[in-house]
Design a protein around this ligand. Structure first.
Ligand SMILES: NC(=O)c1ccc[n+]([C@@H]2O[C@H](COP(=O)([O-])OP(=O)(O)OC[C@H]3O[C@@H](n4cnc5c(N)ncnc54)[C@H](OP(=O)(O)O)[C@@H]3O)[C@@H](O)[C@H]2O)c1
Length: 254
C-alpha cells in the first residue's frame, strides 16, 4: 500500500489532489480545519481509502499528534510508498506590511512556512531509515519568485519553502535512504484563493486587475487538471528531486 498525507484538503487544490491520488492501492490521510464529506465519498467511489483529520496546522501539539496517529495506523516497514504533500496555504493578510496587527502576519508565516517545515521535519524523522520510496511535495507558487505588493508574507514564505526543500534535498543526497522532495508551482488556479484575490482593492493589491483579466482571458488554470499533473508526479518513476516544477509547463509539454 501507498500511504500519503495531504494538507489543506477541505477544498480547492488540495481537495483535487486527494481525489486524483485516490485508488485501491493508496491510503490517504487528509488534513484541514474543516472536514469534507463529499471528498471522502468521492474517494470511496474510486475504491480509495481515506482518514480525515480535523487539525489546525498552526498548532504544534496538533501537528505532533497528527504525525504520531498517522504513523501508528500502519506499519511503515510494510509500506510500498510513503508521501507528504504540503498543500495548505493562505494569502491573508493581503495589504502592505504594517497595515494589520502583527498576529495576522504571524499566522501567515505559521500556515505557509512553519507548518510545512515542521511537518516535513517530523516526516523525515519517521521515514529516514526506511528502504521504501519516500517523497515530499511542497505546493509552491510563482509568487516565490515575484514580489507582488500586498503579498509580502505570502511571497516570502513560498520563497522560503523552495529554499528549505532545496537545502533538505542536498542533505538527503548523503543519506543511505534519501527522502526525495520537490516544489510544485501550479500557476494561477481557479479556487477560493483566486476569488479572494479578485475581491481585493487596488490599494491592498495593486496587481488585482491582472488577476481579474486572467480569469476573463482563460489564463487561470483548472485545479482538477493541475492536481492530475501533481498526482502523477508524486509516484512517477522520474521524480525531479531538488527542483521546483512548473505544473502548467508540464501540461503544455505533454
Ligand atoms: N489558487 C491559486 O491560484 C494558487 C496559485 C499558486 C499556488 N497556490 C497554492 O496552492 C495551495 C492550495 O491553495 P488553494 O487555492 O486551494 O487555497 P484555498 O482554496 O484557500 O484552500 C486552502 C486549504 O488550506 C487549508 N488550510 C488553511 N489554513 C489551514 C490551517 N491553519 N490548518 C489546516 N488547514 C488549513 C484550508 O482548509 P480549512 O480552511 O478547512 O482549514 C483549505 O483546505 C496553497 O499552498 C497555495 O499557496 C494556489
Amino acid at each position: 500500500m501507498r500511504h500519503i498525507l495531504v494538507t489543506g484538503t477541505s477544498r480547492g487544490f488540495g481537495q483535487q489532489i486527494a481525489l486524483k491520488l485516490a485508488d485501491e492501492q493508496t491510503h490517504l490521510y487528509l488534513v484541514a480545519r474543516s472536514t469534507s464529506r463529499s471528498t471522502r465519498k468521492a474517494i470511496r467511489q474510486k475504491g480509495g481509502n481515506a482518514t480525515e483529520f480535523q487539525r489546525d496546522l498552526t498548532d504544534y501539539e496538533q501537528l505532533e499528534n497528527l504525525v504520531s496517529v498517522v504513523f501508528s495506523s500502519f506499519d511503515p516497514e510494510d509500506a510500498d510508498f510513503i508521501g507528504l504533500v504540503n498543500n495548505a496555504g493562505t494569502l491573508n493578510p493581503i495589504g502592505p506590511l504594517g497595515k494589520y496587527e502583527a498576529e495576522a502576519y504571524q499566522k501567515n508565516l505559521e500556515i505557509n512556512f512553519v507548518a510545512p517545515a515542521v511537518l516535513t521535519h517530523m516526516f523525515v524523522q519517521k521515514v529516514q531509515d526506511l528502504q521504501t520510496q519516500k517523497r515530499v511535495v511542497f505546493v509552491s507558487s510563482g509568487a516565490s519568485q515575484k514580489p507582488y505588493e500586498g503579498w509580502s508574507h505570502y511571497c516570502s514564505t513560498k520563497a522560503g519553502i523552495d529554499m528549505l526543500m532545496k537545502t533538505a534535498c542536498k542533505e538527503q543526497q548523503k543519506m543511505s535512504h534519501p527522502v526525495k522532495m520537490i516544489g510544485f508551482n501550479p500557476g494561477r488556479i481557479e479556487t477560493d484563493m483566486q476569488e479572494l484575490i479578485r475581491m481585493q482593492s487596488e490599494e491592498d493589491f495593486p496587481a488585482v486587475q491582472d488577476f481579474i483579466d486572467a480569469k476573463t482571458d482563460g489564463r487561470t488554470g483548472s485545479a482538477e487538471e493541475l492536481a492530475e499533473v501533481l498526482a502523477e508526479l508524486v509516484t512517477a518513476e522520474e521524480f525531479p528531486t531538488g527542483q521546483v516544477v512548473n505544473g502548467k509547463k508540464l501540461i503544455t509539454e505533454s
